[in-house]
Write a protein that binds this ligand. Structure first.
Ligand code: ADP
Length: 365
């Protein structure tokens, strides 16, 4: 019941958030009058914040109910460290603290792990390190040691010279909704979910998240992962694509008018010739009249949902047109169902523009 409640609520919260994040992102990149700029940036920042809280709660509920599943696919660890470093460096610059990255020269490039979850853990540790440090430095240190052929131990360490914690405080910070001190929320914000999630994710990766800290001196968080080294380069193709979407005809199917406006705005920006319809039935009718290169299909719609509409479209002989599911529910219960109904891919709402863009390019190229 708890999972169900959370998945319904998150869907309801994510749908309007999709509009707020998507539209503020668009406005941000337009010529906004100077006096509105800060407000638009704040709307964008706050809605992203809210989005990450909703995601944290969902993640926690997945972990809590034993439904968190990890991937083990080939990932580029240098790319991970470099993108974490550039975002952390920006945060540090704003606070005038130094940021260091140290990478073991022996560190291999391709390993098998769950890049999304690993990013999430390290992001959480780095954000905390910056958040709780007023002066001095934050470091990300990655060490490597070969264990046996094709297997290595990678140690991640995030170190800061911030406020630190007493022994007693260190004992409770990995629990849900726990912060070191009762006035932390007032002083620094935060919900106390991050470390509970990170600790459990690290456990799911068969390791342990450890902390060493001294009040007033700083903190160090670290964990080791035993990972398979690989030569495979899945996910490695960066898409360069400036022209691929121009003039492509995309049909957008969504019963929510605001979501349509968000998607349409991005289509305009990318030079796509789009049409929008508000129901599965209308989509089926429109495709019968006119050729499209791709369909963006909302999943939950009244009367005929996205799965049924897709099945019907495929049944009517439109077998090769790519259909991408767009869905606000973070917990697609059954990813298999998306593909079984005949869809080719899915993207969750609020979508990251880059992510949707790359998917469109991949299917339209
Ligand atoms: P949040 O940061 O949202 O409060 P977390 O679960 O990420 O939640 O962290 C829990 C608590 O652990 C924080 O509120 C803070 O009291 C303490 N903490 C985490 N990282 C650090 C750090 N690098 N330095 C000092 N205290 C920290």
């Amino acid at each position: 019941a708890k999972m169900h409640f959370l998945s319904v609520m998150s869907h309801e919260i994510r749908t309007p958030l999709n509009a707020i994040i998507g539209l503020s992102n668009l406005v941000k990149n337009e010529d906004v009058p100077e006096q509105l700029k800060e407000n638009v940036n704040l709307i964008h920042f706050s809605s992203n914040n809210l989005f990450s809280i909703v995601n944290d709660i969902l993640d926690w509920s997945k972990i809590d109910s034993g439904k968190m599943a990890l991937e083990r696919i080939s990932m580029d660890i240098y790319k991970l460290v470099s993108s974490l470093s550039s975002s952390t460096r920006l945060l540090c610059e704003k606070k005038n603290i130094v940021f260091n990255t140290q990478i073991d020269p022996e560190l291999p490039r391709w390993v098998k792990s769950d890049v999304t979850r690993l990013t999430q853990i390290l992001n959480n540790l780095l954000h905390n390190a910056v958040k709780f440090t007023r002066e001095g430095e934050v470091s990300l240190i990655v060490e490597y040691e070969t264990i046996k052929e094709n297997w290595g131990r990678i140690s991640f360490e995030v170190k800061d010279t911030g406020i630190g914690m007493t022994e007693e405080q260190q004992e409770k910070i990995f629990d849900v909704f726990q912060q070191a001190d009762s006035d932390i929320t007032r002083r620094f914000g935060g919900s106390g979910l991050g470390l509970a999630i990170s600790k459990n994710l690290v456990n799911l990766m068969d390791s342990e998240l450890r902390v060493h800290s001294e009040a007033g001196k700083g903190s160090t968080f670290n964990f080791d992962l035993d990972l398979e080294i690989t030569e495979e380069r899945e996910n490695a193709d960066e898409i360069d694509s400036s022209e691929v979407l121009k003039g492509k005809r995309i049909l957008i199917v969504d019963d929510n008018h605001v979501n349509l406006v968000v998607a349409e705005n991005f289509m305009k920006r990318w030079g796509v010739e789009y049409e929008s319809v508000l129901s599965g039935q209308e989509a089926i009718d429109r495709i019968a009249e006119k050729a499209f290169d791709l369909i963006l299909m909302d999943l939950s719609m009244p009367e005929m949902d996205g799965y049924e509409a897709t099945e019907e479209i495929r049944r009517r002989g439109h077998v090769s047109i790519p259909i991408i599911a767009l869905t606000a529910s973070a917990l697609i219960k059954n990813r298999g169902k998306v593909f079984a109904s005949g869809m080719n891919d899915f993207e969750s709402k609020p979508f990251k523009p880059v992510s949707l863009y790359n998917k469109l390019v991949r299917h339209l190229r």
